[in-house]
Design a protein around this ligand. Structure first.
Ligand code: SF4
Ligand code: SF4
Length: 246
């Protein structure tokens, strides 16, 4: 049985800044949220969000037999120009470590699972690709929260991070579950326990009003047309705090 701590150690050895693990399950609340968001047309021309919905909501539909999602974090400044290539390369290295160690990685002397067969998985490495709710998995893995600016915030690194995931099908120790996402009608409750609760600076800084819906409106977001807008991240005081911590 894999221990979360062991997986995290391998991820750090590969060079990731952090790593968390969440049990593979259907994201029911996210499914409800996404269904409403897409129904309102807030996904703009991202028509791919209308397809493969069940795969998006449940990693077991993407990778049969999936048991857990390993979420890895890498700071922007550690990436080459094409972060997909950097992260995919690191995910392959981590996956090789996981695949080559099918035996019990916990401190338990139980050898009953040491001969567990490792079968080839279908596509199971993701970085901003495939129908995969990676920010939500990062939250479920206990790595941070999703801010009002629609960005994932790592607890100590801030939002200037990339995410990559590996879906695994091996037995894994029990993982503490984190909060569930709130339905769209109670969107504010999502921020209640975060630094965003009483802050609207990103919303006010956004030049297009994409964050005023109150959920993120992709049809107004510059980043989804030119990929060149960091205004809501630069306006966030958390990133200043996080930069000082780094
Ligand atoms: S600017 Fe304020 S509301 Fe926006 S993400 Fe940062 S802390 Fe949250
Ligand atoms: S338009 Fe820019 S500031 Fe507004 S939500 Fe998109 S990335 Fe953020």
């Amino acid at each position: 049985m894999f221990s979360v701590q062991w997986i995290r150690q391998q991820a750090l050895a590969v060079g990731f800044d952090d790593c968390g693990v969440a049990h593979a399950e259907r994201l029911d609340d996210d499914a409800a949220f996404m269904e409403q968001w897409v129904a309102q047309g807030l996904h703009g021309n991202m028509s791919y969000l209308e397809r493969n919905r069940e795969k998006r909501y449940d990693p077991r539909e993407l990778v049969p037999g999936a048991t857990a999602v390993v979420v890895c974090v890498l700071r922007y400044d550690k990436c080459r120009r094409d972060y997909h290539r950097t992260i995919k390369s690191m995910l392959y290295q981590l996956d090789a470590l996981l695949q080559s160690n099918p035996s019990d990685s916990s401190s338990s002397p139980d050898t009953s699972v040491s001969s567990q067969t490792v079968s080839p998985l279908p596509q199971h490495l993701f970085c901003d690709s495939a129908p995969f709710l990676e920010r939500r998995w990062a939250v479920k893995a206990g790595l941070g929260f999703i801010g009002r600016n629609h960005q994932f915030f790592h607890h100590t690194l801030g939002s200037m991070v990339h995410l990559g995931e590996i879906v695994i099908d091996r037995a894994i120790e029990t993982i503490e579950t984190t909060e569930a996402i709130a339905p769209i009608k109670t969107i504010e409750s999502r921020f209640a326990a975060t630094p965003c609760a009483d802050c609207h600076l990103c919303e006010e800084a956004c030049p297009t009003g994409a964050l005023r819906n109150p959920v993120w409106d992709a049809t107004r977001c510059i980043a989804y047309t030119t990929h060149r807008c960091l205004i809501c991240q630069q306006a966030c005081p958390l990133n200043i705090v996080f930069r000082c911590l780094m």
